[in-house]
Design a protein around this ligand. Structure first.
Ligand SMILES: C[S@@+](CC[C@H](N)C(=O)[O-])C[C@H]1O[C@@H](n2cnc3c(N)ncnc32)[C@H](O)[C@@H]1O
Length: 208
């Protein structure tokens, strides 16, 4: 049984499979939002990029992309997917907060379904803000409390304490300008890991 306080070991076990747990296509919200927010050639950091579906898509769009991921298996799969698409991606095998991520270096930070217990959750979020250049944006999607209250089977941690609410994000990202912050029910179709109706929160927030 992997140790849930060690995200690398925990996610190594989940990603150790021949296919991609969340598929190889990007998260829909990220794919819709990012091109409206930043230009080709700008710097993107994908935090907790898993097996690289978002990071590799970002690189394919022409963004200068860095994927940070605590799972060694995830890092291998990110690099394999990047090779398959013949794109360059910088990988960082670490967890957030990470001293290998420079402050004010990125035009956008992508966070999809990176759930962690307090105080780690807030540390991940504050470190993501620190990594943003002034004027940069965070694009985030995660599950809400309703995902567990509605007994959804479309993914997310079993522990309700790890879920987000709009208010949690408002507090964690205090000081940013929220261009979107909304809880909603969506249909996920992201590999075996996220499939079906899901209660999520989506956020676009800009650093001043
Ligand atoms: C549900 S998976 C989502 C993966 C990916 N973002 C996606 O949507 O396909 C959660 C990811 O968060 C990562 N993670 C957990 N704790 C983390 C931390 N402290 N810093 C960075 N990533 C973390 C895990 O390693 C895992 O890859």
């Amino acid at each position: 049984m992997p140790d849930p306080t060690d995200p690398g070991a925990f996610w190594d076990e989940k990603f150790d499979r021949p296919d991609y747990r969340y598929g190889t296509e990007p998260n829909q919200f990220v794919a819709d939002a990012l091109p409206e927010l930043i230009d080709t050639g700008q710097q993107v950091l994908c935090v907790g990029d898993g097996e690289g579906r978002n990071g590799v898509w970002c690189a394919r769009q022409g963004y200068q992309t860095t994927s940070l991921e605590p799972s060694a298996v995830g890092i291998e799969k990110i690099e394999a997917l990047a090779d398959e698409h013949r794109v360059q991606i910088t990988t960082i095998h670490d967890r957030m907060p990470s001293d290998r991520v420079d402050d004010e270096a990125f035009d956008a930070v992508v966070l999809t379904f990176v759930h962690a217990p307090e105080p780690t959750r807030k540390q991940i979020h504050r470190a993501s803000v620190a990594a943003l250049k002034p004027g940069g944006v965070i694009v985030l999607e995660g599950f809400t409390l309703d995902q567990r209250r509605n007994d959804r089977t479309s993914g997310g941690p079993p522990n309700i304490d790890l879920m987000f609410t709009e208010q949690i994000l408002r507090d964690d990202f205090d000081g940013l300008e929220f261009e979107l912050l909304a809880e909603m029910t969506v249909q996920l179709d992201e590999g075996d890991g996220h499939r079906g109706p899901a209660d999520v929160v989506r956020m676009i927030a800009r650093k001043q």
